[in-house]
Design a protein around this ligand. Structure first.
Ligand code: ADP
Ligand code: MG
Length: 333
């Protein structure tokens, strides 16, 4: 879907923001670019839709060199979501979502139908919200509309730059889940910039860890957690790595026993399942991808041993986050 071939970016009068980048993103993949502030994440993302242009090297989108395409045309085929939502305050929610569709010349009826199909995807009732103005919506709702606007013209590729950075933790958690489910359901390719490892671990099929304009390591969340390429990666991933001796106790301590079977209890055979030995993060990912509030925990032989609720997982993650926030600040800055 995307290929960076030895791409560098030097800002006029500035340093080298991105150095000799090689990167491939497969169709349908959810890739997170992560790393400390100033490491070149936004620059990398913006080069994909030519909001910035590479100083050297070549970027291909769907096999075509982007410098040989009309930038406006290119951008219309790529969704883009940023933190500062940027909805037009004097346009209704419906008009905001359909902005690109109008540019593409879709007739009014078809635009309206598309808006009405999109709003429910993020749990917003079309009749209730279509004609409201952005100022009448909460921050979380506005950001949902921002995501729908990026989806409206059905681009295969969506770029997101810290889209949920300004939201409170609960709203962020909900939107992360919604975006992950949309990506899986609609099989979109997403390149997502974040400096929040928690977010990357929840969402990414592949994480690209950057520092000083280069890639330190890329791989699945599991690769980075279990096989960090060097000390920096190890430190960056530090608090998320499974603690070998406690991983098993971790999930087991959180889960609820199965107990006796009666009709009011969920059937463990009908819930998505995880192994008791997996990490809290892996459990969270399974929940996100399956859009489940409940998981069955199985032992090594596959036998159900307990149930894990979303509340207990979130509670645990929040507790860890509180304890280690200071450490985090040091690592990110
Ligand atoms: P990140 O998104 O990882 O925080 P950026 O891609 O925004 O990093 O920035 C990478 C480097 O390029 C930083 O040193 C930043 O100061 C510099 N930079 C970013 N945008 C510009 C610009 N428009 N002009 C000059 N320098 C810039
Ligand atoms: Mg940035």
């Amino acid at each position: 879907m995307i290929r960076f071939d030895n791409v560098s970016k030097v800002y006029p009068g500035g340093g080298t923001a991105v150095k000799g980048l090689h990167l491939e993103v497969e169709p349908g993949e959810f890739v997170c670019l992560i790393g400390p502030s100033g490491c070149g994440k936004t620059t990398t993302l913006k080069m994909i839709n030519r909001l910035q242009e590479p100083t050297s090297g070549t970027i291909y989108v769907s096999g075509k060199d982007i410098m040989k395409q009309d930038p406006v045309q290119l951008r219309r085929g790529i969704g883009y979501v940023i933190q500062q939502i940027g909805l037009f305050p004097n346009m209704t929610i419906g008009e905001n979502i359909a902005v690109v569709l109008k540019l593409l010349g879709w007739p009014k009826e078809k635009r309206r139908q598309r808006v009405d199909d999109l709003l429910p995807l993020v749990g917003m009732d079309a009749d209730q919200y279509r004609d409201r103005y952005p100022g009448q919506l909460s921050g979380g709702q506005q950001q949902r509309v921002g995501v729908l606007r990026a989806l409206a013209a059905q681009p295969d590729l969506i770029l997101m730059d810290e889209p949920f950075g300004a939201l409170d933790p609960i709203t962020r958690d909900i939107l992360q889940a919604e975006v992950k489910q949309l990506q899986v359901k609609l099989s979109k390719t997403i390149v997502f910039v974040t400096h929040d490892m928690e977010e990357a671990l929840k969402l990414a099929d592949r994480i690209v860890l950057m520092k000083d304009g280069t890639i330190l390591q890329h791989g699945t969340p599991d690769d980075l957690l279990k096989r960090p390429a060097d000390e920096f990666v190890e430190r960056f991933m530090g608090r998320y790595r499974p603690k070998e001796e406690t991983a098993d106790a971790g999930i087991r301590e959180l889960m609820l026993p199965l107990g006796g079977r009666d009709a009011s209890r969920p059937d463990p055979e009908r819930c998505p399942s995880i192994e008791a030995g997996c990490t809290v993060q892996e459990a969270m990912r399974t929940m996100f991808v399956a859009d489940a509030a409940l998981l069955t925990v199985r032992d090594e032989s596959g036998r159900p041993v307990g149930l894990l609720t979303r509340e207990r997982l979130v509670e645990r993650l929040n507790r860890e986050q509180g304890q280690e926030q200071n450490q985090d600040q040091e690592q990110i800055s």
